[in-house]
Structure formats: structure tokens, C-alpha cells
Design a protein around this ligand. Structure first.
Ligand code: ZN
Length: 113
């Protein structure tokens, strides 16, 4: 399936996730993101000529990536040095129809992070 930012600068191909996660931590609640988790080799991320910005927060193990043109948060990825590299895709960048049958997991990040 395909995900793309609003201006199409960042496009992502990935298999349909088994579930998507809504987290209530301080950053996810602001982004209103809907995460699907992958190993890096499972996804293909193309960042176009307008580029991307990243935001590293807290314990500095992941960076959130947004389009430098339209500012959509498209994904986050673990920084180098993590034992299990991962990528989380923001399924707000996909069509609602495409993930209509995917169960939503609610994660209480607020009380953990
Ligand atoms: Zn964009």
C-alpha cells in the first residue's frame, strides 16, 4: 500500500499492517499520528527534492520525520545503534479506506514515557 505526504514529496510503500497504534504520549497526541510498525527493510521510503526535517526527542533513540514542504509527519525511525532497528509509518498519510479493516491498538504512552 502507499502513503504520501500532502504535497507528494515523501512517498512510502509498505505491506498492510496487522494493526495500527494510537498513542497518547506527549508527542503522538500532538501529531495525532496512527502508527504501523516495521523493520526498515520492509518499507520503501522516497524523500523528494523538497527534503525532510527530523525531530529527535527525549531519550534520543528515534527521530520523527516530516516533509520540509508541507510539514506532514510521515514516519519515525530508530537512530543508528539500536539493537532492533524499526520504522513506524504514520497511516494518516494513507487513505482511510485502505486501512478501514485494520484493528486499532490504543497504547498508553502517557503513563510510560
Ligand atoms: Zn509534503
Amino acid at each position: 500500500m502507499n502513503l504520501r505526504c500532502h504535497c507528494n514529496n515523501i512517498t512510502i510503500e509498505a505491506p498492510l499492517p496487522e494493526q495500527v497504534t494510537i498513542c497518547n504520549c506527549s508527542i503522538c497526541s500532538r501529531y495525532q499520528s496512527l502508527w504501523g510498525y516495521y523493520r526498515p527493510e520492509e518499507v520503501k521510503i522516497d524523500i523528494g527534492t523538497k527534503g525532510a526535517s527530523s525531530y529527535i526527542w527525549g531519550d534520543r533513540v528515534i527521530e520523527f520525520v516530516s516533509c520540509s514542504s508541507c510539514s506532514c509527519i510521515t514516519h519515525y525511525r530508530s537512530l543508528p545503534g539500536q539493537s532492533e532497528p524499526r520504522v513506524a509509518l504514520n497511516f494518516r498519510m494513507s487513505s482511510e479506506d485502505a486501512i478501514a479493516d485494520v484493528p486499532i491498538r490504543y497504547f498508553d504512552g502517557k503513563s510510560i514515557l
